[in-house]
Write a new protein. Sequence first.
Length: 713
Amino acid sequence: MESSGSASWVTRRSTMAALLLAASLLLIHRCVNAPHYHYDDSLHMQVVFERSWPEVLEIDPRTSAFPVTVLSHRLDKAIFGAVPPSAAALGDSDQSSLDQPPRFTYPTPPTYGLRIMNALYHAAAGFFLFLFLGRIGVTTGLAAVIALVWTVHPMACESVCWVSERKNVLVAFFGFAALWAWAAGRWRTDDGETGGRGDGAKPTAENGGAEPIRNPQSAIRNRSWRWPAVTVLFALACFSKPSAVGLMPVFVALELLDPPEGSFRFADVRGWFTAALRLAPVFAVGVACIAAGIKYQAVDIVDPPGGSVWTALLTDTEIVARYIKNILVPVDLSFFYAVTPAVSLTDWRVWVYGALILGILAVCVWAAGAQRRRVAVLGAVWFIAALGPNANLVGIPFWMQDRYAYIAAAGLLVLVGTALAGLAERLGKDGQLLPRMAWVWPAGIALATLVRAPLFESSKRLSLEAIRSQPNSAIARLSAASYLKEDFRRYSAPGNGNPLLAEMCGKAIYALYEDIENCADLYCHIDRFTLAVQKAEALVSLNRMEEARATLGDVPPKDLPMFRRADERGEMQHRMRRDATRSYLPVTLAIAWQLLGEIDLRQSSAPGRKFEEKVTAAREAIREADEASAVHTLNSVPRLLKARALIRLSDVYADHHDMTAAMKHYSEGIAELKGISPLSPSAPVAQDFLSKLTPPKEAVEEKGRKGEGEKRQ
């Protein structure tokens, strides 16, 4: 009898583990071997693998990967090996030169290995969630449904498919394991099942469960390890990603609610003291993690939505309501979300969404019934608390993301699951309504994942889809524009280009920038001078030169400082969000000078220009190329511009019968072209330009002068 029960216990859990693994693999089935997402994978992987072993346990301000996450990637390298830097997947597109991320210079694991490990950690987290729910009185069937829905949910794609979000998956893995450790030694029946029916009652023959096998001495012995285990696992979660501190209130709720036993007595002072002692190590770990996060991750801090903590709280009413909708009805999800801050109590959204949230929580707790109420309240606390670290009280650039609800979703599913179980018990006379309908829920969520998962094949698809679903998201527009710029460069390449498609791309890029000022999150991601440079770049591509010059305005801007802050390694820290959105990077100024030089160079070739105007425009282009080079090399692009301007000036003087000046500027142009390093990305263009050059000749007729000038240009 005992052997049969033990075999059944193992079979059920083995089946559940297999289902959760299949659900996790469903998330990555279309992207398992896809390149890194261009947004920040290359940045984080570069920092992770360039560090020596003594540096692994240090927190590096250049990346949000905490030590445990770094160690997990080192494990990936040990398991899957590494590919050379040249073969490492860098992403499916290049961003613009304004925000070009560093290239890999260290061997990194193949992307399929990184994503498979993400999926395994995610499946293991779902299994720990299943075990934990069973230990606190949730019936096996309901625990299985909740764990399966959480694991296969399309919102989890962002955490599992995105390589640099390994930290989020590790929080779930270690965090849910810590919850399971807390529940060690709970009431169990003779076949290994949790005692009772989820109602907090101890199992007896009368309530449908077998008499528990409980030896007081063995119970004490079995539970003596649980708080050290809880503390260690919670510490591993926190030092995977600081957002794990959102689980601290869950441990407090577990101690006070104590499902399913409900043994805590609120009037017992000694009980409060004991609970405080148990929770003290967890809170110590959490406080240390918060301090480390603030110190080393301050690079991501911006002003809260609306400008203050109060407006952030008001705005969070809409954000939390949208999370509830996305978790329960996962349609129209996005890689980036648009959020308009609520700045006063007169905003109707505060009252409508606030009432909706409170109403859903209250109705679910009531519907769960007295038998499941402790678990339902735990789910409500879990949902709200886990969202806390990303509640924008400390401003972060992204006000709403699927990954922020990754841990919180489990709490909401527990709340809703217990409510549905309570309603089913009321409505189903034979008690079989819930078992009959239960698997419809994960099946429907899996279908939503089948629709969502293919988008994670490329970061370009994710950005363009975000534009469709969230047109008022500034980061969605900026990200999509960066991919269209790469398309523009490909279509406008000499020889193999397509002028019509290039023009269409240019117009699409400008259209993305045209209404971006209406996006509330704009200055969380970009400063206004950089935005002006991006818009001018689009206008130059459309040959709208005067509009581009007007858009640039003063160069350099008179009322905005250049951002020169460096980290302790002496490197430019491009992720200092608060400062970077209030000042511009040197590379931005260099690109602005480069654009002005391009405008003036084209003006020097415009028909109807007098000799003096052509000379002035060409000399301005040379000066602006020098200004750009003085600020940033830009891969020798300004030097190539200067060479082109010198050759153009040579043609102008040749047309004017001043061959001395023409040869002088021609020689200077040749010297600039030859001075470009063969390793520079500009070298092929420079060599091609140099191979087609011929010394200037004094023009005999106007038509010949014009044709020769256009040819050289």
